[in-house]
Design a protein around this ligand. Sequence first.
Ligand SMILES: *[C@@H]1O[C@H](CO)[C@@H](O)[C@H](O)[C@H]1NC(C)=O
Ligand SMILES: *[C@@H]1O[C@H](CO)[C@@H](O)[C@H](O)[C@H]1NC(C)=O
Ligand SMILES: *[C@@H]1O[C@H](CO)[C@@H](O)[C@H](O)[C@H]1NC(C)=O
Ligand SMILES: *[C@@H]1O[C@H](CO)[C@@H](O)[C@H](O)[C@H]1NC(C)=O
Ligand SMILES: *[C@@H]1O[C@H](CO)[C@@H](O)[C@H](O)[C@H]1NC(C)=O
Length: 296
Amino acid sequence: MTLSLFILLFFYIFRATSSDPYKMVVVSGKPQNSPLFQPMKFNFSTCVDYCLTKDNCMAVYSENMAVENCQVYYNVQLDSIVEMDKSAGVKTAFKTGGQGFDTYKVVLANGVWNFTEWPKCAGDFKMFIRPKGKWCIRVGLIDKNINITSAKLTCEGFYRGKLSGLENEDEFNYVRERVSFYVGYNQQRFSQYAAVGFWVNGFRKSTCQETTYSKNNCNGTNEFDFDDPTLSENPTGYKWGIGQPSGKLAIGSDCIQYRFNMSTNVPDLDDWKCGLPVSDGGSNAFVGYVCGRFPE
Ligand SMILES: *[C@@H]1O[C@H](CO)[C@@H](O)[C@H](O)[C@H]1NC(C)=O
Ligand SMILES: *[C@@H]1O[C@H](CO)[C@@H](O)[C@H](O)[C@H]1NC(C)=O
Ligand SMILES: *[C@@H]1O[C@H](CO)[C@@H](O)[C@H](O)[C@H]1NC(C)=O
Ligand SMILES: *[C@@H]1O[C@H](CO)[C@@H](O)[C@H](O)[C@H]1NC(C)=O
Ligand SMILES: *[C@@H]1O[C@H](CO)[C@@H](O)[C@H](O)[C@H]1NC(C)=O
């Protein structure tokens, strides 16, 4: 029987006690396969304290407790730690716990602590860390114009996702980056339109529709209900166009498009009729969607 000990520590569980501060686990050992780090002029204990104050600091290493030299690893730059005899005097400390620091899992086997990024976004989804947790986003382009029903079917059926909301400016900007890329490669298809739209999460509240609008507290993003499960109560990523949302003036304007202006290349958010693949006047085509899903 081989002497192998496996310890699985799933740091995901620390989310349950997310008000706890971070903690550092100290191992007698040194990093391996981890060429990316930042050298700092700190002794080991100061270096550990420094790491505790930096959200994205993952681990620190010092080969000699007496000197002011340490190596700082961010995100999941530390691949593994090889344990060494205490007398070697080398130490590596890695971070566990705390809100949001559930970025890896670690397995100890045969004296090697192995770190693996986890949870991760599948395929070409990009991870965003929201107050309610991690969320993966993909901007999809469809090769024909689509209404929001088809957009939802694609996101749910193909990716097991949900149309994504826009939590904050980072997410708004990421969508702009992806949409700009698609527009760059589809000039011929899109040049006939004044704007192209990508469907996002949000459906107009029944209390904020054209007949009820003026009587209620309907003012911008709060005119909509969202079923994106990690979106905050008051998301700040819906950067409305001038005069938008204008649903009280337009019957059935219950869905939301991320609209990219083809002449200015400036994006904004706009409410629009859910069932249309292209606007009544033909100037605004709906060509894609923003899909979101949990990491796994
Ligand atoms: C580490 O450095 C800090 C700040 O310079 C100092 O207060 C502390 O005594 C040092 N600790 C050791 C073990 O050298
Ligand atoms: C660490 O884990 C990864 C993925 O689980 C594996 O591919 C790799 O071989 C492991 N490395 C060590 C040093 O055990
Ligand atoms: C695009 O931007 C220009 C300049 O701001 C504006 O006049 C035009 O109405 C915009 N088009 C759309 C479809 O929003
Ligand atoms: C609507 O929101 C805007 C910006 O947040 C604010 O300036 C305005 O006073 C609000 N209007 C009403 C009627 O609440
Ligand atoms: C959306 O488009 C699909 C596919 O073209 C169509 O079957 C469906 O009826 C449309 N939905 C609405 C609400 O118009």
